[in-house]
Ligand binder design. Structure first.
Ligand code: BTN
Length: 227
């Protein structure tokens, strides 16, 4: 894979914590990919556990990030959607970067800035999907034959494309795939209309003729059923 150095493991606690360790010890390099066949302590946003059996994709990619750009989350989501679509499967983005097929989560993304690097953790359900309270999940195998190695290779190519793209292009592509655009969402117990994202990567919510910019918080999509 051009420019990427991929470290493959069978089972480790977490590709994300492995990447953190490389950074802390001064051994990290731009475009390093930590890939594990399984994880014993995978974790997601808000430190929720990420069930990581064999058969799915678990990677953490290290990129140079002397400046912490929140926009990276959008490039990553667009790259993943494009990758899934390349297998003939339609996918959508649930803000900020959960990837869904038919309203069910197939992929989670965790973005952590560590020193001068950003660690992009991606878990894609290929062969199994955990039962999780609060939202529905699915796996790629329900929709297409997907080889893990091919998924990784296409994903890294698309990451290069979308990390290099202008934010205007990223934002347009992100909005094309976004769930709930111009619909009602719940934010901190109140209903707003979700109208887009701004140049800084903040989500724009509207209510009573006022616009609000939300950075890195949880919004809820009432029509995404929880059962
Ligand atoms: C989420 O939806 O909360 C994000 C989940 C991110 C999971 C991936 S799997 C590879 C990497 N290693 C981890 O421990 N977490 C991320």
């Amino acid at each position: 894979m051009a420019g990427y150095k991929v470290l493959m493991f069978d089972k480790i606690p977490s590709t994300q914590t492995y990447a953190h360790g490389l950074i802390e010890r001064g051994n990290a390099e731009n475009c390093m990919v930590i890939c594990a066949a399984a994880q014993s302590a995978g974790y997601g946003r808000y430190n929720r556990s990420w069930v990581s059996h064999h058969g799915n994709l678990y990677i953490s990619i290290i990129y140079d990030a002397p400046v912490r750009r929140p926009q990276i989350a959008y490039s990553v989501a667009v790259a993943i959607v494009q990758t899934i679509k390349s297998f003939g499967v339609d996918a959508q983005i649930k803000w900020p970067n959960d990837i869904l097929i038919a309203g069910q989560k197939v992929c989670g993304v965790l973005i952590e800035f560590v020193g001068d690097y950003v660690v992009v953790g991606i878990g894609v359900n290929i062969k199994s999907n955990p039962t999780v309270s609060g939202y529905k999940t699915t796996k790629l195998e329900n929709y297409a034959d997907v080889l893990q190695s091919e998924l990784l290779s296409r994903l890294l190519k698309n990451m290069d494309i979308w990390l290099d793209a202008s934010f205007d292009n990223v934002r347009d592509r992100w909005m094309e795939s976004a769930i709930g655009l111009n619909e009602n969402v719940e934010y901190r117990g109140k209903i707003y209309k979700f109208t887009g994202i701004n140049v800084d990567g903040a989500i724009i919510l509207e209510c009573d003729n006022m616009s609000y910019l939300i950075y890195g918080d949880e919004i809820h999509f009432p029509y995404l059923s929880k059962d």
